[in-house]
Design a protein around this ligand. Structure first.
Ligand SMILES: [Cu+2]
Length: 383
């Protein structure tokens, strides 16, 4: 064998393995997503399928998008998966950092997605989004992640508030029935998405494994009367919008970035009726708003209101004033503050407004009296 033949042979062996290893480590860090071993990475470049599961062609890290037939009788059903927007933890303003403990449990559950439509959600603590976590900048957070024994998949958590490989994803990778604890320090104040980082990552996120962690600045936030917690997410079902019955996950629609539903707090109408955001005229409110993606950018807007303040991308060094609509990237968040001068119902939505027909809306209900100086006239008879 000549030297050039030897080098050729070496390249042919090294390239598929070595190049993938290098790219994978560059993209995700040596330990991030470490549970996705190299064999998995290489296997996904082939399409394969069985009667029980179908994997899509993928060049992503780890297992490709796929779904398993759901054994409906074996999964737990819960009456409500939507997170109540008023469930915002409050922590006192402190002069010094502290140590905070959180315990989250991943559980896969069947719940209502829309009227007459059910979906198998993967949840942190049985709600979508998962609980809002909160700490102060400089705090040390001890986070335990537990995976319910009935889970059909491994799970994990990557918090965008973490500084370190994978955002903690590899340190919290748990098999069904396991739990693991990681400790991290919050270096940056702001509002950060957290999500499952177990391959196939977009599948785990879109199924419901996401939420927000708020890291309060040292001096705290400006005083408001109420705070709310809203996260936009996408759901990819095999049936089209409004199709009744249990709807399995549709990996092909996710790959095509064509969500069937786009929802606020987990399901269609999660923030309407008795579950609307409730406030009183004259109050000032703050909304922590996140976008879990997995494909679309959100254009957050409240019909009939103007954001007095927006912290763009939830960055705290800059405040924009008098904003109508603010962009929230996939995997990002924003903070808006507004004084409620008038009363009535205000629709919050993604103002890529065709999405309201996919569920991307909720209601802010403000009790009080109409203010004719702000808006007056006679309702028309038209529809
Ligand atoms: Cu997961």
């Amino acid at each position: 064998m000549t030297i050039s033949e030897f080098l050729k042979l070496l390249r042919s062996v090294w390239f598929p393995v070595g190049a993938f290893t290098v790219l994978f480590h560059l993209a995700f860090g040596a330990t991030g997503w470490a549970s996705a071993n190299l064999l998995n990475v290489m296997n996904v470049s082939a399409t394969f399928g069985t009667a029980s599961s179908q994997h899509l062609m993928s060049v992503g890290p780890g297992e490709g998008p796929h779904f398993h037939p759901v054994e409906l009788d074996r999964m737990s059903r819960i009456p409500e998966v939507a997170k109540d927007a008023s469930e915002v933890p409050q922590i006192p303003v402190r002069k010094t950092p502290s140590r905070i403990q959180y315990h989250l449990k991943v559980q896969e559950v069947i719940a209502t997605l829309a009227d007459g439509t059910e979906y198998l959600y993967w949840t942190y603590d049985r709600t979508v989004p998962g609980p809002m976590l909160r700490a102060r900048v400089g705090d040390t957070i001890e986070l335990t992640l537990e995976n319910h024994r009935t889970s059909t998949h491994d799970h994990s958590i990557d918090l965008h508030a973490v500084t370190g490989p994978g955002g903690g994803g590899a340190l919290t990778a748990v098999k069904p029935g396991e739990k693991k604890t990681m400790v991290f320090k919050a270096l940056h104040a702001g509002v950060f998405i957290y999500h499952c980082a177990t391959p196939n990552v977009p599948t785990h996120i879109t199924n419901g494994l996401y939420g927000l962690i708020v890291i309060d600045p040292e001096e705290g936030w400006p005083a408001v009367d109420r705070e709310f917690y809203v996260v936009q997410g996408e759901v990819y079902t095999q049936g089209g919008v409004g199709q009744k019955g249990f709807q399995p996950f549709a990996p092909d629609k996710m790959m095509a970035e064509n969500p069937v539903y786009i929802v606020l707090n987990g399901r269609v109408k999660a923030l309407t009726g008795e579950r609307a955001l409730q406030a009183r005229q004259g109050e000032t409110i703050r909304i922590f708003f996140g976008n879990a993606g997995v494909s679309r950018i959100a254009s957050f807007h409240i019909i009939g209101e103007i954001f007095d303040k927006v912290y763009p991308e939830a960055a705290l060094n800059r405040v924009n004033t008098s904003v109508q609509t603010t962009l929230v990237p996939a995997g990002g968040a924003t903070v808006v503050e507004l004084k409620l001068e008038n009363s009535g119902d205000y629709i919050l939505l993604d103002h890529a407004i065709s999405r309201i027909d996919r569920g991307a809306y909720g209601v802010l209900s403000v009790s009080g009296d109409p203010v004719p100086e702000l808006l007056s006239g006679k309702k028309g008879s038209g529809k």
